[in-house]
Design a protein around this ligand. Structure first.
Ligand SMILES: [Fe+2]
Length: 193
């Protein structure tokens, strides 16, 4: 069938009249008394944190669905609670990027390309593997969030620093406590050290 006889898609109809108006990686002017260079660095850092937080969020849902064993119900609920908390962080980070005049990453294709968190298999994994994978992801997020918080504070971007410290770091530290300590997971951790 010739492509010529097909109806144009909605995107093809709209695209010539509705171009992109801000490229990813740029910041537009916003009057919040911060230089564009500072806002640009914060936005770039936050986009890396955003894709890693989106990946951790989705890993919690994977484990919420796929968990098994005697602790099924407890973990099923805990993983979903953490998923929802990570989803709130995702929204806060993305909206901070826009507040700074930047462009936030949004789609799964871009998240998959950019995240530093190792890709889990599609297969179901046993609980110790799920927990080890979550804790590793939390450490990646915490390490980068602390470095970014220090950089933001030194540059005078106190709003970004506060988001990183008060929301991202505290939430992730608390979730690590619940995942690693409240579930009788000590043998796993002791074995790793
Ligand atoms: Fe559910």
């Amino acid at each position: 069938m010739s492509r010529r006889h097909e109806s144009p898609t909605l995107t093809e109809l709209v695209a010539p009249r509705a171009k992109e108006f801000q490229h990813y990686g740029t910041v537009v002017y916003v009057p919040i008394a911060l230089d564009a260079s500072v806002r640009g660095i914060s936005a770039e850092n936050l986009n890396q944190l955003l894709v890693d937080t989106m990946t951790l969020r989705d890993m919690y849902k994977k484990h919420h669905w796929q968990v098994s064993g005697p602790t099924f119900y407890q973990l099923h609920l805990l993983f979903d609670k953490h998923f929802n908390e990570q989803a709130q962080l995702v929204d806060a980070i993305a909206e901070r990027i826009q507040t700074l005049g930047g462009v936030s990453i949004a789609m799964a294709h871009d998240v998959a390309e950019m995240t530093l968190i190792p890709r889990p298999p599609r297969d179901r994994e046993e609980v110790p593997a799920q927990i080890a994978r979550l804790l590793h992801a939390h450490e990646i997020v915490l390490k980068e969030a602390r470095a970014m918080a220090r950089q933001a504070a030194e540059a005078g971007d106190d709003g970004t620093n506060d988001l990183l410290v008060s929301d991202v770091i505290r939430t992730n530290e608390l979730q690590v406590w619940f995942v690693s300590d409240d579930l009788g997971n000590r043998p796993l951790l002791a074995h790793e050290e």
